[in-house]
Design a protein around this ligand. Structure first.
Ligand code: F0G
Length: 516
């Protein structure tokens, strides 16, 4: 059979023995199709790149999905009353009231994937900015008209600044013409978004501009909005940039018989997008202090704080929102991955009601978003997360503590090989020390080519039946994201596998890493 579905990626995976085929999955187990018809089990610590808080094919979610299909749920009933969507929005707001310090509800916009939810956030933020520009333009025009009328009636005279603006022999019309010309330029300044260094927000044209990894972003930079990357530990740096770049309009105001020329700042920063814990970027946690300083920057610049909880949300870190643990309260939130229960492809943008632009609903849509099946599955996911006073969150926290302890024990035994264990709950990263200077040419080459994490993943799959992957933007860090039901035996097997690979690396036993 011709392999025409991303065969180049398939060949790269085959180099590490990762081009295996899984034929069945449940909970944290995936079953391989092997040559003699068996189905050996593999324990999945990739977890759908964070989409499987409840594991693969959770029986309760599968039964619910079946009941939806058996009931003939009209999944595509666009532009009609969507009760499931309303219930999801209501359930999400019950959680925001409990976990966030927002003091108001959030409006919910539905999408299909994480990147799409980020795109919707960017579009809504830009629409809000454009509406602000519209209001500003209206105010300028009103005051300009009043100034012209007062000069013509002799009630007001030009100030020296207005005379200078008008140029030699200029009158109020010349003043307004020159101000209009300069204002058009200032108002036309392209918007910018701020995002954190190391951040990942998707690979669609707009969201990709916020994804820091240059390998992913640079080839497509010309296609999308401008983004400026900010260091998490020094967010104030961006204020110097704003000050230098700040465009101003000239406000021509008649007051007490004098026509003055005043400067008003034009809002050009559309939003600041952050992850509470960077997942794809290498499992990097924001501290409460960094969160506070980022919030201060958003207040100073008067732009919305957009908290991307696509990876960290829906229970993975031991609460629904990871950001609630560090006092980070967003004007917007994005959710995806586990919110769909591992069965539905769905995502949401939440916008604080006082920031919401209702016209957005008439300007943004997609065929599949807010479909009844996905909403009904999400409704079930939220019910399972919230039942028994949030038992699932507590279980995720307990399992995360157990998992973290096992990883730290391996690190304690191999401080020369393991750089750090990071993360919270069931979003953990196991970072190997850089092997670029390894005594083994093969290991050195893996490290220098960026494939080290894949070589390690191939070893763990081959020898221990463990499915792991490196984070895309931090190739020495394995991402560890099992379900909330990961058991002690699986954790102990992961620890044994990591212990073995660390011994291989310590003793430079490179041949162990070769896929036979
Ligand atoms: N935002 C965050 C924080 C993500 O981790 C991802 C995807 C996205 C947005 C985009 O979501 O893939 O559904 O379009 N993260 C994947 C990962 C790629 O490796 O964890 P998507």
């Amino acid at each position: 059979m011709d392999e025409l579905a991303e065969r180049y990626l398939g060949r790269a995976l085959s180099a590490w023995g990762l081009d295996v085929e899984y034929v069945r999955a449940e909970g944290d187990l995936m079953y391989l199709a092997d040559d003699d018809g068996g189905q050996p089990a593999v324990t999945d610590f990739v977890g759908g790149f964070g989409s499987l808080f409840f594991g693969h094919n959770h029986p309760e979610l599968v039964a619910h999905a079946r009941s939806l299909l058996d009931a003939g749920t009209p999944s595509h009933a666009q532009l009609s009353q969507r009760t499931e969507a309303q219930r999801v929005a209501s359930a999400l707001n019950a959680i925001t009231r409990r976990e966030l310090d927002a003091g108001e509800p959030y409006e919910v916009v539905f999408a299909n994937s994480g990147a799409e939810a980020v795109e919707a956030a960017m579009k809504h933020a830009e629409l809000a900015r454009v509406f602000r520009l519209g209001a500003l333009t209206g105010e300028l025009a009103e005051r300009a008209r009043a100034a012209r009328a007062q000069v013509r009636s002799g009630e007001a005279a030009l100030s020296p600044a207005a005379v200078e603006l008008a140029g030699p022999g200029g009158d109020i019309d010349a003043v307004l013409e020159e101000a209009g010309r300069r204002n058009a330029e200032a108002l036309g300044r392209a918007p910018e978004f701020f995002a954190l260094e190391g951040g990942f927000h998707g690979k669609l044209v707009g969201s990709l501009q916020l994804t820091h990894n240059p390998t992913f972003r640079l080839p497509f930079q010309a296609l999308g909005a401008r983004a400026r990357f900010v260091p998490a530990d020094q967010p104030e740096d961006v204020l110097k940039y704003v000050e230098a770049e700040q465009p101003y309009v000239l406000d021509i105001v008649a007051e007490d018989g004098v026509v003055e020329v005043r400067r008003l700042a034009v809002p050009f920063v559309a939003g600041f997008v952050v992850e509470p814990i960077q997942g794809e970027g290498g499992i990097n946690e924001l501290t409460a202090q960094q969160a506070e300083r980022i919030s201060d920057v958003c207040r100073a610049v008067r732009c919305p704080l957009i908290v991307d909880e696509i990876q960290t949300g829906a229970g993975r870190t031991g609460s629904f929102f990871a950001s609630s643990r560090i006092g980070l309260t967003g004007d917007y939130y994005t959710l995806a991955k586990s919110i769909g229960g591992g069965l539905a492809k769905t995502s949401m943008l939440l916008v604080r009601q006082s920031s919401y632009v209702k016209e957005f609903e008439l300007l943004h849509s997609s065929t599949y978003a807010k479909d009844s099946f996905s909403c009904a599955v999400t409704e079930k996911v939220l019910e399972m997360l919230e039942r028994d006073d949030g038992a699932a969150y507590r279980q995720a926290a307990e399992r995360g503590t157990r998992l973290r302890r096992a990883l730290e024990e391996v690190r304690a035994e191999f401080p020369d090989v393991v750089r750090r264990v990071r993360g919270r709950g069931l979003l953990l990263g196991f970072e190997f020390a850089d092997q670029s200077a390894s005594g083994s040419p093969m290991i050195r080459n893996y490290a220098r080519s960026g494939f080290f994490g894949f070589a390690v993943s191939g070893f763990l799959l081959r020898k221990y039946g463990l499915r792991l992957m490196p984070t895309g933007s931090a190739p020495n860090t394995l991402r560890i994201q099992p379900s909330y039901a990961i058991d002690d035996a699986a954790i102990d097997r992961l620890a044994a596998g990591l212990h073995d690979i660390c011994a291989v690396l310590r003793h430079q036993d490179a041949l162990q890493l070769v896929h036979p």
